[in-house]
Design a protein around this ligand. Structure first.
Ligand code: NIG
Ligand code: FE
Length: 400
């Protein structure tokens, strides 16, 4: 197979070793068979197809490492309720929130779910995203949770994208288990996990640890089962209050802890010790008009890698723009431009355990890159409602 040499680009690799090397401003990238073969100045052109990138910015393709893009219905009515002052937790406690999406999702066939999700996926892809994590969590029965993950997997059959699936049955307690959370964890979250895992549908296990969802004591049997199956774990933690989910998940070597507005310095230290990525979700922060910021300074001080993701979901973050997510990471959370870019590339890949597969432009990784009609990362992050995508390159090929 012919190798391709990508020349005349401003390459930002998101790989610290390469970006800091001498001549980092004049890099070329050689790809072959879907992989990155070499990155360096003045590579040999012999036997290569040469692509002139016209001086454009070349970055790793963004990874959206936290989404709920597979769901039925919409919850714009709850947006209106919240505008009138009804808090999110109260909407959730009175049958809305995740349970409203559960009713709509349970009503849909696999085909209908795929069609509904495809529109959201296409918006992400239009901004260069090439890896998308998709969670279950709106079915809340074994059957409906399995259908959600089958729909997620089906998306990768119809688009050039890498889909990573996460089992999130412990997202909310459905009405038929009212007052019986332990039974729900055993009969749906754990039994369903085993079925889904047997079908090859599970790349990681997640949960919602919150006053309106589950406690760490209720979640422990699920995480013990995930560990026994050898599956990586993550957690939605410290989003609305401090429940101890972060430290709990770090005890299982969690690949990521997500949201984290109410996380503490001690949580940051626990995350550093377990190598857990902090996945920050500015879309949910913004939509809920949260005022407590995630402890970014503590993450920096402890050396915890920070990722940014859309958290695309029908309630708290109906966001399908990774570019706006970067902008919000900067304006709302005060991340620097390099932190925003790393947050949606190298660190986002790490949050999925894919740090050796995608998210950086480095030899050996999948050739997942984007050519942008700008010259600097700051120009990508600064603007709002602007999509300078010139070409999305997935596994070495330009995809429409
Ligand atoms: O990541 N925090 C919990 N779960 C989702 C969305 C919940 C919802 O549908 O309201 C989130 O924000
Ligand atoms: Fe989420």
């Amino acid at each position: 197979m012919l190798a391709t040499l990508w020349t005349n680009a401003r390459v930002v690799t998101a790989d610290a070793a390469i970006d800091r090397a001498p001549n980092a401003g004049t890099l070329e990238v050689l790809t072959q068979g879907g992989r990155i073969i070499a990155v360096g100045p003045a590579l040999s052109r012999e036997g290569c197809r040469v692509v002139d990138c016209g001086g454009r910015l070349l970055t790793p393709a963004p990874v959206d490492c936290h989404t709920h893009i597979v769901f039925g219905g919409d919850r714009a009515n709850e947006f209106e309720q919240r505008l009138e002052g009804v808090p999110y937790a109260q909407i959730a406690q009175t049958g809305g929130g995740i349970k409203a999406s559960m009713r709509a999702t349970r009503d849909m066939s696999l085909e209908a779910l795929v069609a509904a999700s495809l529109a959201r996926l296409d918006h992400l892809l239009s901004e260069g995203v090439s890896t998308v994590e998709v969670k279950s969590g709106y079915g809340l029965s074994v059957k409906a949770e399995l259908t959600m993950l089958r729909a997620a997997r089906a998306l990768a059959q119809v688009r050039g994208v890498r889909i990573v699936t996460t089992w999130l049955a412990a997202h909310a307690l459905p009405p038929e288990y009212e007052g019986r959370p332990d039974a729900y964890i055993a009969e749906v979250a754990i039994a369903g996990l085993e079925a889904a895992h047997a079908e090859g549908l599970v790349d990681a296990v997640d949960s919602f640890c919150e006053g309106i969802a589950f406690t760490t004591a209720q979640l422990a049997p699920l995480y013990n089962r995930a560990a026994a199956l050898g599956l990586p774990v993550k957690i939605h933690a410290e989003q609305l209050s401090h429940m101890g989910g972060t430290a709990f998940a770090c005890g299982y070597g969690a690949v990521s802890a997500d949201h984290l507005e109410y996380a503490t310095e001690a949580d940051a230290q626990a995350m550093a010790a377990s190598g857990t990525v902090a996945v920050l979700l500015p879309g949910a922060f913004y939509m809920l008009r949260e005022t407590v910021l995630p402890p970014v300074a503590a993450f920096r001080a402890a050396g915890v890698p920070m990722a940014l993701a859309t958290d695309c979901n029908p309630g708290t973050s109906p966001l399908t723009s990774i570019l706006l997510t970067m902008n919000m990471g900067a304006t709302l959370f005060r991340l620097t431009v390099p932190e925003c870019l790393l947050g949606v590339t190298a660190h986002a890949a790490r949050a999925l355990g894919l740090q050796d597969e995608t998210g950086r432009i480095a030899p050996g990784l999948s050739a997942d890159m984007v050519l942008w009609d700008v010259q600097t990362p700051a120009q990508l992050v600064a603007r709002i409602g602007f999509n300078p995508l010139h070409a999305r390159i997935f596994k070495g090929e330009v995809v429409a």
